[in-house]
Design a protein around this ligand. Sequence first.
Ligand code: BG6
Length: 482
Amino acid sequence: MASRVIPVEAFDLVVFGGTGDLARRKILPALFKRYCAGQMPGPSRLIGAARSEFTSDDYRDFVRPALKEFGEAEEGTSLEAFLNQIEYVTIDARGSTGWQELSTLLEGHDRIRAFYFSVGPGLFKDLAERLHGYRLVDPASRIVVEKPFGRDLETARALNKVLCRHFAEGQIYRIDHYLGKETVQNLMAVRFGNMLFEPLWNAQYIDHIQITVAETVGVGGRGAYYNKAGAMRDMMQNHLMQLLCLIAMEPPAQFEPDSVRDEKLKVIRALSSVEPHHIVRGQYTQGDGVQGFREDVDDPRSKTESFIALKCHLSNWRWASTPFYLRTGKRLKGRDSQITVVFKDAPHSIFGPDAGRHNNELTIQLQPNEGITLDVTIKEPGQGGMRLIDVPLDMSFAEALGPDADAPGAYERLIMDVIRGNQTLFMRDDEVEAAWAWTDPIIKGWEARGDVPKPYDSFTSGPDTAQQLMRRDGREWRGIDP
Ligand code: BG6
C-alpha cells in the first residue's frame, strides 16, 4: 500500500533544548525521517538552541550519531543533505545571550516559524517572554510544549496563563505523543468509520471496557523526575485519559480540532470521582537482574507508584453503569498496550447450561503488533452436542495492510501537524485542566492518608490487589503478553 505524503510549506523549526534527550531520541530523528520521505521542503531549517557553546558544525556532529542511533540514518547523501539544513544558536533562556543571533538567523525568511519548547516547564515563561520581546513571533508562528504540563491543576492553570499572555490558543500545540500513534487514531476510524460497532457502543450492550498500557522498562535515568511524578501524573492523567476519551466520546461532527476536542472534554468532565478502594497503587521490587523502584529513584522510603490500576465511571447517558478499568505500570511482564471492549452476555442462551457463558470481546492492540481481534462464539467442532467456544477473528494490521504500509512514528506525524497548523491531535487548555481537576483529589487523598504503594515483583502483572479489583466484580483483566 503506497503512502501518501502531503506536502507542507517551508518552515523554520527552532528546538529549545536542542541538545536534550528528547531532541536526540525523538524530535531530530522524526524530522530526519520526514525529510527522507520528502516532507521537508528545500529551504526549511531545523535550528537547535541550547546553552552548550556549539557552532552549527559542532551541533551537526552532535546530531549525526543520534540520527544513526534513533533515526535509522546511514552515512550518505541524505544524511549529509539533512545536516546541511541544520543550524545552531547558543542561547540563554533566562538571559540575553543568543537572542539577537536567533533573530538575525530568522530574519528575512518568509516561512512558518515553529518553536519547540523541549525544556522543563520552569522555562516556558522565560522563553515566551523573550520570543515576544525580540519580536520573533507573528500571528502565524506556533509553539510546541511537552508534557508534563504542570503537576496539578494549579500549576497547569498558571502555565496556561503564562502561555496565553503571549500566544493565542490556536498557536499553542500541547503534545501528548499517544495521540500521534497510528493505532490510537485508528480508534476513531474503527468507531466512526464502521456502522457495525457504533450502535452497540453503549451501556446497554457493553459490560465494561479495560485499558492497559504495560511497559517492561523501569524508570531508567529519569528517577528524579519520576519519583515526583509517579504513574498517575506520568501516564494516567494524560496518555490513558486520552485513550479513554477516544473510546468513550460521542461522535464529533467533523474530524476537525475543536469538534474532536469538545467531545473529549465532555468525557473528562463526565468522570465521577474515584472511590479510594477502587484504586490500586504498586511499586516494583528488584528481580531478574534489575533493581527495585526505590533503588532506581534513589529514595529508600519512596511512596511513589510505578503502577496504578483503577475503576472509574462516566456519568453520562451513554455510559452510566459501564465501568472502565484502567491500568498502567513499569517493569510489567510485557510491553503491551491494549483496549478491550467486553460485550454483555446474550440475554438468553438457547443452548442450555452445558454450553457455558460466552460473550464477544473486541480488543484493539495499540502496541506492539498493532491490530484488532474480535472474539466470536462458535460451535466447538465435532460430536458431543452443542458446546460453544470463543475464537478470535484476528487482524494484524501489518498482515492486512502489507509490508509497504507506511506508519509514521508519533513524533513525525505530530511535528508535521504543527507545520500544517492542524491541532486535532493536540490538547487544548481546558482539556488539560479538566484532566488535572479529576486527578488532583485522588493524589491529595493519597498524600493525606500517607498511602504506601503495594510492592510487586518485577516482570509480573503488578500487585495481586489489581487482579482483585476486577475479580470482586466478577471480571478479569485480559492477560499482558510477555
Ligand atoms: C512517556 C512517559 O510520556 O511515555 C514514559 O513519560 C513512558 O514514562 C512513555 O515510558 C511511554 O511511551 P511509549 O510510546 O513507549 O508507549
